[in-house]
Design a protein around this ligand. Sequence first.
Ligand code: SAM
Length: 296
Amino acid sequence: MGSGKEPPATPADDDPDARQARYWNSPATAPWVTLQDRLDTLLAPLLAAIMARAEVRAGEHVLDVGCGCGATVLDLAHRVGPSGQVHGVDISAPMLARAEARIAEAGLSQVMLTLADAGRHDLPRGAYDLVLSRLGVMFFGAPVEAFRNLHRALKPSGRLVFVCFRTPAENPYITTALAAAKPLLPEGAVPVPGPEEPGMFSLADPARIRRILQEAGFRTIEVAPHDERMRLGGPGGVADAAEFSIRFGPLTRAMDPQDAALRSAVLGAVTAAYAGLEGPEGIVLDGAFWIVAARP
Ligand SMILES: C[S@@+](CC[C@H](N)C(=O)[O-])C[C@H]1O[C@@H](n2cnc3c(N)ncnc32)[C@H](O)[C@@H]1O
């Protein structure tokens, strides 16, 4: 794909973007919908952190990239008020359907949702004051082209603000369960994407974030570390936290849902790992993120 050229709206079947679209519409990601309340509670501190950085004002037009089940869309809608607009874009039909239901229930007319790949979709040009994403921009197969698409959608006075993961080693709230399960899983069950491939940790390297955003046309790029203590379970909730951890994220993908014996062994291993880490507040493990802000 040459510089400045727009990617086609629909990728070929073997394209990384097509693989991501299949993944985010597959049973492996269904827990984002079925455990939506719980995930929103877990991720609430990140919502607060990103909104503090974004400083959304009444009347603004905001694009929410990879809006998922709508937690950030709902929050943004209240911030921009009836005179503003929030446009949520996501590649997952089930997650977007959940967002749609929540928005209808809240009776919000300033929200529009689109089922599309935000990196390829023909977004309106120069339309948004803010392009925001909570953990939704790490999955682009061609990130420079995708961020260029987002860049084009911003007003010249606009801003990009997103939160993404730092390294796996800095995120034991995700990797503790994985490490406990790994010896029990078949070889290669937990795929480790290459440094230039899409995946939850694809923007862990701040130099890569800067390079991608610069090549996409962004300037005044700020990459600030943000640490959170992620509460996986309250006191006495080890078994519940373990069950939660194996029901979403990389472990769901790694396990054959039909294999009850493996599931039970993994659950036992994760429970044992968490039991050793339980403190007075329950199972609270470190999470490490970048809060990234840039100007078009
Ligand atoms: C980790 S989830 C985060 C969801 C939501 N932002 C939240 O914080 O609850 C990542 C989301 O990004 C979406 N996504 C991944 N690649 C995308 C793309 N190219 N365009 C739009 N959405 C995408 C997924 O479908 C999923 O909803």
